[in-house]
Write a protein that binds this ligand. Structure first.
Ligand code: CA2
Length: 146
């Protein structure tokens, strides 16, 4: 069975509890539950993880090699700063979708730069929690076509 790792980075554990005007009222647990349900309908499996620590995120990416077929990564603010995360994605050679709840291109200019984008197969941003569902659909289509 196709297996996807969904990895969320710093502060995303606070979703639904703080700044709902920016990031909405949906919690990370809600997102993970809807991803699990949608993955089941697609006939794929998902594993979800979140960390506020850059090194732990890199460890999850390394561990995905051999156990998962693809990654959905919302690296949070590390998107805009982390060459280490870029190198980790590059090294595992797994198709990775860069995901953001907000439209990073419509926000502050420092959010326009992504170190993940050059090593991702694509970027989904601006669709809120539904972006994760779009990412699962995109991966299901891509992996079944191979
Ligand atoms: O839009 C996204 O998904 C982001 O990855 C979210 C990051 C931000 O730094 C990126 O530029 C875009 C921030 C996540 C912070 O999450 C919070 C959730 C609730 C309350 C406070 C922060």
């Amino acid at each position: 069975m196709t297996s996807v790792m969904i990895l969320n980075g710093p502060n995303l554990n606070l979703l639904g509890t703080r700044q709902p005007e920016v990031y909405g009222k949906t919690t990370l647990a809600d997102i993970e539950a809807s991803c699990a349900a949608h993955a089941k309908a697609l006939g794929i499996s998902v594993t979800c993880a979140q960390s506020n620590d850059e090194g732990t995120l890199i460890d999850h990416i390394h561990a995905a090699r051999g156990s998962h077929d693809a990654i959905i990564l919302n690296a949070g603010a590390y998107t805009h700063t982390s060459i280490a995360l870029m190198d980790a994605i590059s090294s595992v050679e797994l198709p990775t979708i860069e995901l953001h709840l907000s439209n990073i291109h419509a926000r502050e200019t420092y959010r326009h730069k992504s170190f993940i984008a050059p090593v991702a197969i694509g970027q989904i941003c601006g669709f809120g929690p539904h972006g994760y569902i779009l990412a699962l659909d995109a991966l299901a289509a891509r992996l079944s076509a191979k």
